[in-house]
Design a protein around this ligand. Structure first.
Ligand SMILES: Nc1ncnc2c1ncn2[C@@H]1O[C@H](COP(=O)(O)OP(=O)(O)OP(=O)(O)O)[C@@H](O)[C@H]1O
Ligand SMILES: [Mg+2]
Length: 503
């Protein structure tokens, strides 16, 4: 066959002219390296901070740092099966969590997935886990007390609704116990409680949940859990996610209490993921923005103004110290962010004085303003007396001869110290607390033994609730102070009843 070369040449030239080569760029979005719950991913040039990413086998990740050519990702679910070269699929969405009444009584993880054996969650709304805190003009002063039911706290370091009060102390000093007792005391107050467990042992969290169930508080609470075995990324987002859930209730005008148990574990999870993603380490190897991650969290606690419904979010962050060192990095940071701290001492705990609150090192910077006037009136002189007593007691240990007046002061001080003790799961209502401190202040317990003081407090509780309902109302609802005549009337009644009951 003869080929017309000239025709062939023309055809080839025509085909070349018609071809329009275009460059189609496609990002690889591939995992470059992966280690312990974090990964570096190539591509993702359009990625946003905190954007959600999907990987194979339903693994979820979140953008944590944006580099020039790579993106740092933290995994929120187990990523053991992923390897370098696997694809990342951007979603364009920031991480959101389900919010709403449906969450009451539920135990969920920070992604909003149920951990209890109940039905899947069907909420109408989802809110981003990171939300801006209320502005100054949106806030109202803290003016209502949040009763913890713990005498040593409601008296010396009272907490107001919308306040942030830190609970700190060494391991096993009763930090979680205080938070749980405070939740249990909200039973008939309508305050919604959110308990957020971060990096805790599963057994400890299960115990807390059990207590909430046993004391019938679970249906007024939401429990958000990221245990120590969960991915660092999941532990990191837990408090933000729990706060969004709490804010939903607050913005509906309700009072909410949130417990972060604990922020030391939170900081550790953040340090782990930041170091793996090569953020430069600072003091104690924490990244430089560790202060900011806690301040932006705790700034979200507030008391909203009337215009915005008047709801409040009170937070009780927990921080654990080592060997009582409160000047370590995380404790000092969180102390400076919060409105006061409740310091638990190992020495007091070992002596069996529980709750092991060191009254000298504990403070509440705003709660006093919110305390009931009758309580405040009583406590001014009592606090002064108690701190003088502690000094006096340390002197008296030298075996000096004591005059009668000093001995009496010591007896009263010891009685007050006994009154400050309280067993777990036995919250005491505020009027009973006021009555007990009034009795202690007036020497009713001076000559009693420890067991008698415990019994006497129960008698006083009964006397108040059975005979003085009108005074309870005046103290709590009308927020009145107690005048001298009323005080004498109450003291006489207490003396009579104590005698009748043989205390
Ligand atoms: N007021 C109290 N009366 C009696 N026992 C208490 C009291 N407070 C705490 N305890 C007991 O002390 C132990 C430690 O309490 P808890 O778990 O609250 O401490 P923690 O500081 O949260 O510990 P961790 O640092 O491990 O989280 C528990 O067994 C608890 O029952
Ligand atoms: Mg604890």
């Amino acid at each position: 066959m003869k080929i017309a070369t000239s025709k062939m040449k023309r055809n080839i030239q025509k085909a070349i002219q018609q071809t329009k080569p275009a460059l189609h760029l496609k990002e690889a979005n591939e995992i470059l390296s992966i280690s312990a719950g974090t990964a570096e991913v190539s591509g993702l040039s359009q990625a946003k901070m905190n954007e959600l990413l999907h990987f194979k086998d339903d693994v979820i990740g979140m953008v944590h740092s944006l580099g020039e050519n790579t993106t740092g990702v933290v995994f929120l679910t187990n990523a053991d099966m992923l390897k370098a070269g696997d694809k990342a699929i951007p979603t364009g969405h920031i991480l959101e969590v389900p919010v709403g009444e449906e969450l009451l009584g539920r135990i969920i993880n920070p992604l909003g997935q149920p951990l209890d054996e109940k039905l899947p969650l069907r909420t109408k709304e989802k809110w981003p886990i990171e939300r801006p805190a209320a502005t100054i003009m949106d806030r109202a002063p803290v003016d209502t007390p949040l009763q913890t039911g713990i005498k040593a706290i409601d008296s010396f370091t009272p907490i107001g609704r919308g306040q942030r009060e830190l609970i700190l102390g060494d391991r096993q000093t009763g930090k979680t116990a205080i938070a749980v007792d405070t939740i249990l005391n909200q039973k008939n107050t309508g305050v919604i409680c959110v308990y957020c467990a971060i990096g805790q042992r599963s057994a400890d969290t299960a115990r807390v949940i059990d207590q909430l169930k046993k004391h019938d508080m679970i249906n007024q609470s939401v429990v958000v859990v990221a245990t120590g075995e969960d991915e660092a990324g999941l532990q990191f987002i837990a408090p933000y996610s729990a706060t969004s859930i709490a804010e939903w209730f607050m913005e509906k005008g309700q009072d909410v209490l949130i417990v972060y148990d604990d922020l030391t574990a939170h900081a550790r999870a953040y340090r782990q993921m930041s170091l793996l993603l090569r953020t430069p380490p600072g003091r104690e190897a924490y990244p430089g923005d560790i202060f900011y991650i806690h301040s932006r969290l705790l700034e979200r606690s507030t008391h909203l103004c009337e215009k915005l419904g008047g709801g409040s979010l009170t937070s009780l962050p927990i921080v654990s110290t080592e060997a009582g060192n409160i000047s370590a990095y995380i404790p000092t940071n969180v102390i400076s962010i919060t409105d006061g701290q409740i310091y638990l001492s190992t020495q007091l705990f070992q002596k069996g004085m529980m709750p092991a609150i060191d009254t000298g090192r504990s403070v509440s910077r705003v709660g006093g303003e919110a305390q009931l006037p009758a309580y405040r009136q009583l406590l001014g002189p009592l606090k002064l007396f108690y701190s003088q007593f502690e000094e006096l007691e340390s002197f008296s240990k030298f075996g000096v001869q004591l005059d009668e007046e000093t001995q009496q002061k010591l007896n009263r001080g010891r009685a007050i110290r006994m009154v400050l003790q309280q067993t777990q799961f036995k919250p005491i209502d505020v009027t009973t607390q006021i009555a007990i401190f009034m009795a202690a202040n007036n020497g009713l317990f001076d000559t009693m033994s420890d067991e008698q003081i415990v019994k006497a407090q129960e008698t006083i509780r009964k006397t108040m609730n059975q005979r003085f309902k009108n005074i309870i109302e005046r103290i709590t609802i009308k927020r009145e102070k107690i005048d001298d005549a009323t005080q004498q009337k109450l003291l006489t009644a207490f003396r009579q009843d104590l005698k009748i009951r043989g205390v």
